[in-house]
Design a protein around this ligand. Structure first.
Ligand SMILES: O=c1ccn([C@@H]2O[C@H](COP(=O)(O)OP(=O)(O)O[C@H]3O[C@H](CO)[C@@H](O)[C@H](O)[C@H]3O)[C@@H](O)[C@H]2O)c(=O)[nH]1
Ligand SMILES: [Mn+2]
Length: 732
């Protein structure tokens, strides 16, 4: 390592005035949107006005019950209106960022800052070791000087199988990394590279590498299946394996730290440093889930390679674009704006999503619209994976404070001494998890950490290159999706109520637009209540023959009609711009409803329970593999139920309730009461749409025979509940 190398990274060729990155705005489009947005806002006000003044036409025979129902509708409509205003913040001022990594290469050559990549895994069963090492291998082959790159795998599963897989990967990397560089292989995850090639022909060099990969994959999979590490590996990597005590379990074991490839040993190496870490776990110490793992990694890596830049990846997010690190540096090293940017977030994108994205996993609009808007207001949220941080900022440095000078490799410290940094007790009486590192105590540790960074004066940036930087595994069944969304909605709502609330804590520290931007997500959980009430009331009142909306022939119908049609037409257009399909949009509308009436409602309940001290929040890890038949159904875009869950019971009951109400109203129509259509036309439309959108649920409850159908138990309970609700109501 030469002396200059130890200096802070600085341009090799100075004086080229061209910026490394650029932000652009599209003024015309934004103005058109603002006009549209104002028109919708006006109609929302008209709707409120209608509710408050209660036009005479429907006022004749009102009972006390009718009046209270109208009051509830008014409250819900006020909520929807205000929430709509909040969401406008993310569409008011979008920016697009572009990077010029060729300029970066010209200016800096290989004189780039050290980059430490943190990959987190937590369970060798639902996060199979082969998947994890593919992610690791994909980043080792990033287009980055190997002597400046280090990959750390944090294993909260404390699994010998995962460690074994990593030792195999360390061997294979010696072939894989040079191969990728020589042939400019993309994507650099061997599994993804193989499947992108299909059965196509490779040249002989590729054949050989692929064969090696297949052999390695087979060994790892066999070991995982048998739950046993091969003896040869145990002997060869005795240093590592001997760190597992005989009685070690995943919740109870000492720190295991093994440097498998050590970039400090030689001046130039062909492959990046590779480190395995499983922090100490003891039953009496809370481990703080992923946040705890990240902080242990921050400390341990600071004594090994101490990269100035940190990339955080979940174990399923492989690098799909080997230029991403350089793209991120174009932002962070940009002479003009780079200094104020703390982190660069890439979108969470997935490679296992089917054409019409049945569960709305991609959040197309979130990625292609809302995050650009957040960026325009000060920067996107930190969403936990695919994010490049500055080490000293995530460790607590405020904006404006002196940056630490060193980007040099650490003096050699014995691994035994470093291990202490990952012990359970290390953080006692320190600021870790509070003012330092990733914050503890929140199910979305990433979002609250990003918010705190922005409140210390930093901005962040969102980069979404055409060639997606990282690709992960999206949940492949409804239950997993709902559980994940429940955790997110709970976490975001907790942030709103916490001392770091964007509203109270953020005021004056971040822009109003960004406060509102955070609120869009923080209000997910409470927004479940008005959606639930509104949809249930509309159907039940249709059942009872109580009109809730103006007659279709009345002038007052215009604002209702306009808001409904305009908002949906716009949302469809937005979805299609984001390269979605019509059915994809329809699926997303369904998920919009399901997330609100199950995940968010439970997230709301969980938060309240936690507030009153009844329960603790947990982190339910999302499975990354599906059983074979289920995987087939996922490919066919058939909605997967299969398990008994209170969330399904709720969805099932609501769906049945809608169906019964609709059926009763249609029967009344058929028996000659045509007046209903005039007074309750809009209610017919809303309930009708709810019924149509629930089709996969009815199918799953009543028609399907496969294993993915709704469990009988849930179906029966839902029907009973819905029938009893209707019966009670009929007699009120
Ligand atoms: O105790 C734990 C629990 C989880 N993880 C890791 O955290 C990552 C995310 O977990 P996952 O189950 O995949 O959750 P997702 O909902 O997909 O994750 C998103 O949301 C989380 C917050 O809810 C963030 O932490 C993630 O980065 C973000 O990708 C995975 O790599 C896990 O291995 C740990 O390291 N330790
Ligand atoms: Mn995940």
């Amino acid at each position: 390592m030469g002396k200059e190398d130890n200096n802070r990274f600085g341009p090799v060729h100075k004086g080229e005035g061209e910026p490394l990155s650029e932000t652009r705005r599209k003024t015309g489009r934004v103005i058109a949107y603002r006009i549209f947005s104002v028109s919708v806002s006006l109609c929302i006000c008209l709707i409120w006005f209608y509710r408050v003044t209660v036009p005479v036409e429907t006022d004749e025979n009102r009972t006390g019950l009718d009046r209270s129902i109208w009051l509830v509708m008014l409250i819900a409509e006020i909520w929807f209106g205000l929430y709509w205003v909040v969401t406008q913040s993310s569409r008011w001022n979008p920016v697009w960022r572009f990077t010029f990594s060729d300029r970066l290469s010209r200016r800096y050559g290989n004189n780039l800052p050290r980059l430490d990549v943190f990959v987190c895994t937590a369970d060798p069963v639902i996060e199979p070791p082969l998947l994890v090492v593919n992610t690791v291998l994909s980043v080792t082959a990033l287009d980055y000087p190997p002597e400046k790159l280090a990959v750390y795998l944090s294993d909260d599963g404390g699994s010998e199988l995962t460690f074994y897989a990593l030792t195999e990967a360390a061997e294979f990397a010696k072939t894989w990394v040079p191969f990728c560089k020589r042939f400019k292989v993309e994507p650099t995850s061997p599994a993804a590279y193989l499947s992108s090639k299909g059965n196509g022909l490779f040249d002989p060099a590729a054949e050989e590498v692929v064969e090696l990969y297949r052999e390695m994959a087979a060994r790892i999979e066999t070991a995982s299946r048998l739950g046993r590490v091969p003896e040869e590996a145990r002997l060869k990597y005795g240093d590592g394996f001997s760190q597992w005590d005989a009685d070690a379990t995943r919740r109870n074991h000492g720190t295991i730290l093994q440097i498998l490839v050590d970039g400090r040993e030689e001046d130039t190496i062909a492959i990046p440093t590779l480190v395995y870490l499983s922090r100490e776990k003891r039953p009496q110490h809370h481990h703080n889930f992923k946040a705890g793992a990240m902080n242990a990694l921050l400390r341990v890596s600071s004594k090994i390679t101490c990269g100035k830049i940190i990339l955080n990846l979940d174990c399923d997010m492989y690098a799909n674009n080997s230029n991403s690190a350089r793209d991120a540096l174009c932002i962070l090293l940009d002479e003009k704006e780079g200094k104020e940017i703390a982190f660069v977030q890439f979108p969470q994108w997935f490679d296992n999503v089917t054409r019409n994205d049945l569960y709305g996993s991609l959040m197309r609009v979130g990625v292609n619209v809302e995050f650009l808007g957040l960026d325009g207001n000060g920067g996107p949220l930190y969403i936990g994976t695919g994010c490049f941080h500055r080490r000293d900022v995530i460790c607590g440095r405020k904006y404006g404070e002196e940056e630490e000078e060193s980007d040099k490799i650490q003096e050699m410290i014995e691994p035994e001494m470093i291990k202490d940094l990952a012990s359970c007790t290390y953080e006692e009486n320190t600021q870790w998890g509070k003012e330092m590192g990733v914050k503890y105590g929140c199910p979305v540790e990433d979002v609250i950490t990003g918010l705190a960074i922005q409140c210390r004066g930093w901005k962040s940036a969102f980069l979404n290159p055409n060639k997606k930087a990282f690709l992960g595994v999206a949940p492949t069944n409804l239950h997993q999706m709902l559980v994940q969304q429940r955790r997110w909605s709970e976490g975001d709502f907790q942030i709103l109520l916490s001392e770091y609330s964007p509203v109270w804590y953020g005021r004056g520290k971040i822009s109003l637009g960004l406060i509102l931007g955070y609120c869009c997500y923080c209000l997910w959980a409470p927004s479940s209540v008005p959606v639930l009430i509104y949809s249930v009331l509309t159907s039940l009142c249709l059942f009872k023959g109580i009109p809730l909306f103006p007659k279709v022939s009345s002038w007052w119908f215009i604002p209702f009609g306009y808001v409904t049609v305009a908002a949906n037409a716009y949302s469809l257009a937005e979805f299609l711009w984001c390269e979605g399909t019509f059915r994809g949009w329809w699926n997303e509308q369904r998920m919009w409803l399901y997330r609100r009436t199950s995940s968010f409602l439970f997230g709301f309940k969980d938060t309240i329970m936690k507030l009153v001290g009844v329960s603790e929040s947990a982190f339910v890890i999302t499975a990354k593999v599906a059983e074979e038949e289920a995987a087939e159904r996922y490919k066919d875009e058939a909605m997967e139920f299969g398990v008994e869950s209170p969330m399904f019971l709720l969805l099932g009951t609501l769906a049945m309730l809608n169906l019964f109400c609709m059926a009763a109203a249609v029967m009344r129509l058929a028996s000659g009461d045509g007046g209903d259509l005039k007074t309750m036309g809009f209610q017919f439309v809303i309930t009708g749409i709810l019924v149509v959108i629930n089709w996969p649920l009815y199918e799953g409850m009543l028609l399907r025979k496969d294993k993915g159908k709704m469990p009988m138990n849930v179906t029966v309970k839902s029907v009973v509940l819905a029938v009893s609700a209707c019966t009670c109501l009929a007699f009120v």
